[in-house]
Write a protein that binds this ligand. Sequence first.
Ligand code: FMN
Length: 168
Amino acid sequence: MPIGIFYGSSTGNTKKIAEKIKSNLDPGLVDIYNVKDAKISDIEKYENIILGSSTWGEGVLQPDFEEFLYNTLQKANLKEKKIAIFGTGDSAIYPESFADSIGIIFEALEGKGVTFVGEFPTEGYEFKSSLSIFGDKFVGLPLDDDSEEEQNKLRIQLWTEILKSDLN
Ligand SMILES: Cc1cc2nc3c(=O)[nH]c(=O)nc-3n(C[C@H](O)[C@H](O)[C@H](O)COP(=O)(O)O)c2cc1C
């Protein structure tokens, strides 16, 4: 089934991760959109959606993604869609708001009839707090391109294996 990846990125890190996620899935089935250019009709044509945003400020969504979330994504009909979220951040410099973007997006979409997939264990990450943990897991995949880049390859591999079985 086709998958739409929608990302917001200020310095290119999240864009690069979106491309890696695509190549780990079935690339022929995956389309990538920069949220700056994405419309409601782009979102609604996918049953399977992957959302990706970096965290800025101290626990604030990447600016393009923030605008997209409230002005486009929340207005789309998301009923019965499967949604997976990934977030980029920096756990060494921002350990108290590590990859908060995932949790912010998750909470903004709760109650919209969405099924979330792709939660990820916290083992192996070093940080103090994150809005992205519910229960004892991240509600998506956090990636640290600044301080833990060497771990990204394996984390993306593990996460995309989860998605292959959980997405339609
Ligand atoms: C001013 C500034 C604030 C940041 N705030 C956070 C933060 O609160 N939490 C976090 O995990 N990462 C934070 N980061 C790290 C970025 O999220 C990280 O560099 C990310 O890879 C950027 O991705 P992008 O180029 O796709 O926007 C911050 C970086 C900068 C420069």
